[in-house]
Structures are given as C-alpha cells and as structure tokens.
Design a protein around this ligand. Sequence first.
Ligand SMILES: C[S@@+](CC[C@H](N)C(=O)[O-])C[C@H]1O[C@@H](n2cnc3c(N)ncnc32)[C@H](O)[C@@H]1O
Length: 220
Amino acid sequence: METSIANPKVKNLLANLYKDAADNDPINRKAAMELPETATRDEFYSAMRGVYMAIGPEFGHLLYTMARSAKAKTIVEFGTSFGVSTIYLAAAMKDNGGGKVITTEFHSEKAERAKKNLTEAGLADFVEFRVGDALKTLKADLPQNVDMLFLDGPKGMYMDVLKLMEPQVRSGIIASDNTDHQGLEEFLAYLRNSENGYISSPIHTRRGDRHPAHEVSLKI
Ligand SMILES: C[S@@+](CC[C@H](N)C(=O)[O-])C[C@H]1O[C@@H](n2cnc3c(N)ncnc32)[C@H](O)[C@@H]1O
C-alpha cells in the first residue's frame, strides 16, 4: 500500500523544498544574523521571513508515523513556516481516512507559501491555515479533542501554547522540536513530571552529521 509520503508528487515536492532550503536558507538567514543582540523575538522572526527553518525528513517521517499510530483526526501545529512539517502531518490525515491539521503562522507571506505547497502536494483539503500570533489564533474555534500537538514556533512560547491547548489535548501526543534550545528547562521539566499528567522522552533524529533534539510526550 502506497502512503501519501511515498506518493511521487509529495516526495518530489519535499525534495525540491529541501533543496531550495539548502540553497537559500544560508543566504536568507544573513539578515537575522546581522541583528543586534538586543533584537526582540518578533524582530528575529521578521528577519527570518524568507527562511524555511524546516524539520528534517527523519523527524518528518516520525511525525507522520506518530500521527498514523495514534489514528489522529485533529492535529494542531504551532509554526507553519513554508509548510514542510505540515505536509507530513497532512499526509497522515489523508492516510488516516480524513482529518484536519490546524496550523498557525505569524507571517502572512509564509502562510501563503505554505498554502501553495500544500496545494501542490494535493493535501490542502486536510489543512486549516491560521495567520497571526498563535496565542490569539489558537484561543478559539478549536475542536473539542486534539489528538496531536506539534510545537515548532518560538521556543519561549512552548509553555504558553501548551497551557492554552491542554484542555483540548486530552489523551494526545505532544511533539516538540529543537528542545536543546536554551530556556526550555521549565517546559521539559513540566512534561517529564508524571504528576502533571504526561509521560515524556527526549529523542534525537539524524540530519546529515547533526542530531536535532526533540521531545515526544503523551498526555495520560
Ligand atoms: C521553526 S519555524 C517552523 C518550521 C515548520 N514547522 C517546518 O518544519 O517547516 C517557526 C515558525 O514560527 C513562526 N512564528 C514566529 N512567531 C510566531 C507566533 N507568535 N505565532 C505563530 N507562529 C510564529 C515563524 O515565523 C516561523 O515560520
């Protein structure tokens, strides 16, 4: 049985997006690298408007597999960028027989490019795009149950987005990216304390010679 991530159209699109990111992210990152140390988080992400900052293929496959094994029908993604991770999640929705990824991105230009990519993948019907600050866009109009939450926006917001989503994520999966970033200690300690209702593990995937860090948690 062919999965939607093995579908040639989706595979080719992902390969093209990863190539575009490899060719252009280093150039487009320059503006952010030149910001003064005093730059705010919003100034940083504004300067990164042209940068993918996408998850790697191995973590993408893992997200797809987690969404499939949980038979997820509703997923919330914090941090769309150009939609690379959204493609993996939307593919799982399609292969689960239907469902919706609610994905949220601060910058409208990025969300527009993500929409275009999801349309090209033939997966746009499985995605609802929300534009703006996630703490506002995820405040209302959510399904009662969210089966999976994927955190991949600014790290300083992980705890606030998790707290906002907790009533909906009743017995769902929480996957978090870049968990080796500074400032996530409190967030990780919260997820790793079973008294808060979670079991949680750090994991690493491979990306060339790097080993990006993630956290996989289950609300119990
Ligand atoms: C690491 S990137 C997401 C990468 C994407 N998940 C992927 O793998 O393709 C983080 C994104 O969060 C967005 N962002 C920044 N502040 C935000 C906010 N307050 N609410 C929602 N998204 C935000 C950034 O513009 C950026 O595109």
